[in-house]
Design a binder for this molecule. Structure first.
Ligand code: EPZ
Length: 441
């Protein structure tokens, strides 16, 4: 945050060593901030990372009259007492770089009877449609109108509990249903829900506010609507995606990084793959140490999936590690249809990655899932060399950083502002780990 530089020039080939801390998860903190709109009293969120996605949501809440202050470092006090309508232009201007605004719908419908959704931002990693969100809101009784400025949602007769089955266990759509159902009249049954740890943490936040929510086997969540919710005090779950990224950085640079705040429970699937590739780790009470134990890395076959599977946000840093493994690895992406675009630049740095847009039928996969599946075949080991690369999206961007850190020679990674959407103080952390770099405006 507060990052002024556009580019980082990295002298690669130096192992990263040392300790860094991860704080609250981007994909929980931003949603918990939205939940504060549902309360009649202020909420206190702790361990909030200083990332630009948190900034965007703060400014959007502010536009709706929520007073957002920081009583102490890493804490946000969110006072929703004076919530009021906002101007479309204001929301549109603020929302540009994030997908979180769509989650304002339920809380705003409850508070103001109306929500306006501008064109959404976020990483360009596929179509990222919002049909599950809109269908769910309609099931609650909302009326969705498309206008020239965006989408206008109203609920003239209030919102009623609904039976909803998601076509895919979407994280955002599950959050949409939770944030809407908690104050809808009656009981909501949500089938095929996402059950990511960040969603469980959001349920914990909502329960603290007074909501009644329970989960059953097979991805089913029940929500019994209540008339009133109050504020919460909550420490955000730690950022497992950031932790996994630094773990990969340790492996790729043949380094040794202690990731303070990393939690084994939320990283189990990642840790299994990390071990199979040949990485070493040691779980301690205050975090996890990740290191390259020497010797050759091993190839793997991985399929990204919803939780408890291997997160789609972990494949980009993993792929950089796989360029150094001895043999052929295959990574199937089953969550987003366009999340291998970042591999072109890795090939420019010397990697051998072939993307099969229609997937690979010949490889036996655990769950044959959706048509959009694609596969990246990574053949290693290939020495990486410095190059000029431009950050395309958040996770792809971090993978370029670690590729550049491992590469022989100098790399320039531009458009690094995107990385601060989700990686707190990443420049300071690189410095703490002994990376050799300079910043450029
Ligand atoms: C969240 O995105 C995260 N973002 C993503 O992290 C993460 O990759 C993703 O969940 C999967 O874990 C935030 O939490 C802000 P989805 P979200 O709805 O909620 C399709 C990062 O780098 N879909 O679970 O937008 C969709 O196109 C980001 O931190 C529909 O078809 O993801 C995708 O193929 C990137 N219609 C799949 O479902 C819909 O209405 C999963 O998307 C909604 C989704």
């Amino acid at each position: 945050m507060g990052l002024k530089a556009d580019s980082i020039v990295i002298e690669g080939g130096k192992p990263l060593r040392g300790r860094i801390e991860v704080r609250g998860a981007k994909n929980l903190a931003t949603k918990a901030m939205v939940a504060s709109l549902l309360g009649d009293t202020p909420s206190l969120l702790q361990d909030v990372p200083e990332i630009s996605d948190v900034d965007v949501v703060s400014r959007m809440l502010d536009a709706y009259g929520v007073a957002v202050t920081s009583p102490a470092p890493g804490e946000l006090l969110l006072d929703p007492v004076n919530v009021a309508r906002s101007h479309f232009e204001t929301i549109d201007a603020l929302a540009g770089s994030s997908r979180i605004p769509i989650l304002f719908c339920g809380p705003l419908l409850h508070r103001l009877g109306e929500a306006l959704i501008p064109d959404l931002g976020g990483c360009r990693i596929g179509d990222r449609p919002i049909d599950f969100h809109m269908d769910a809101l309609r099931a609650f009784g909302a009326i969705v109108d498309k206008s020239y400025e965006g989408i206008r949602i109203t609920a003239p007769d209030g919102l009623r509990g609904a039976n909803i089955e998601l076509p895919f266990p979407s994280v955002g759509a599950t959050e949409q249903v939770l944030l809407t159902a908690v104050k809808a009249k009656g009981v909501t049954e949500l089938k095929n829900a996402a059950i990511e740890p960040e969603i469980m943490d959001l349920i914990a936040v909502l329960q603290k506010m007074g909501a009644i929510i329970w989960t059953e086997a097979n991805r089913t969540i029940f929500i019994e609507g209540v008339d009133q919710l109050s504020g919460y005090t909550h420490r955000a779950i730690s950022d497992r995606n950031e932790a996994a990224s630094w773990a990969a950085a340790a492996l790729v640079t043949r380094g040794d990084i202690f990731v303070g705040g990393a939690k084994q429970q939320d990283l189990m699937t990642f840790l299994n793959v990390f071990r199979k590739v040949g990485g070493a780790f040691d779980v301690r009470e205050d975090g996890i140490r990740f290191w390259h134990p020497g010797g050759a890395l091993k190839p793997v076959q991985v399929e990204t999936d919803v939780h408890p599977g291997f997160m789609t946000d972990w494949q980009q840093p993993l792929i950089v590690a796989l360029t150094q493994a001895e043999g052929v690895s295959v990574v199937h992406e089953t969550v987003y249809e366009n999340r291998f675009g970042f591999t072109d630049a890795l090939n420019d740095m010397g990697a051998d990655i072939v993307v099969h847009r229609d997937g690979l039928e010949s490889v036996t996969r655990r769950v044959p899932r959706r048509k959009l599946e694609q596969a990246a075949v990574v053949t290693g080991p290939t020495p990486l060399h410095g190059a000029e690369v431009r950050v395309p999206d958040l996770r792809g961007g971090f993978s370029y950083l670690i590729a550049a850190l491992a590469a022989q020679g100098r790399s320039r990674v531009s458009n690094i502002g995107i990385i601060s959407r989700g990686y707190e103080h990443f420049v300071e952390k690189l410095e703490a780990l002994g990376a050799d770099f300079t910043l450029e405006a």
